[in-house]
Design a protein around this ligand. Sequence first.
Ligand SMILES: CC(C)(COP(=O)(O)OP(=O)(O)OC[C@H]1O[C@@H](n2cnc3c(N)ncnc32)[C@H](O)[C@@H]1OP(=O)(O)O)[C@@H](O)C(=O)NCCC(=O)NCCS
Length: 145
Amino acid sequence: MCIRELRDGDKDKLVEMYETFSSAERTLGLPPEGDELFEWVEDITSKGMSLVAEVDGKLVGHLALVPDGRALHLLIFVRRDYQNRGIGTKLLSFAVNNLVSNPEYERVVVTTDLNNDKAIRILQKTGFQLKVADMECELHLPLMY
Ligand SMILES: CC(C)(COP(=O)(O)OP(=O)(O)OC[C@H]1O[C@@H](n2cnc3c(N)ncnc32)[C@H](O)[C@@H]1OP(=O)(O)O)[C@@H](O)C(=O)NCCC(=O)NCCS
């Protein structure tokens, strides 16, 4: 398995990865389905930075950092059949250690469902702080320079 930055030419493979997500696996409506999927992939990958996890030429994980004012919004998805193998944790550690050190940004923010125990687990393990609001929650990683 290798973790690397997204390259030109990866987007079709990324769409293929997201097509494997069932409705039940979506978190806060993401990834979108049908025609909106390609547009969403195009949008998040063109606005910010993206990392992918690759196994035997297949993309199995994606982490995107999308700028929003002085925050970076983080999205992370690992294919269901590759989950619980440490890939999400590796993507997050790589991003936190290599991608977020830019004084333009004050924090990294992730929004997810309050019952998304696995996401909350890996984010807290990587240093994110949990802020609860109703059934959704935000996890913040303050950036200090
Ligand atoms: C969240 C997600 C990225 C995690 O990826 P992953 O590759 O499975 O994560 P890892 O294998 O690195 O780590 C999983 C951790 O969760 C723990 N875990 C597994 N099932 C769990 C559960 N039901 N409750 C709590 N923790 C759980 C594992 O023990 C492991 O922790 P550990 O390493 O301390 O033992 C993946 O589940 C996913 O893509 N989910 C759907 C999209 C999503 O919710 N994204 C987050 C918001 S954008």
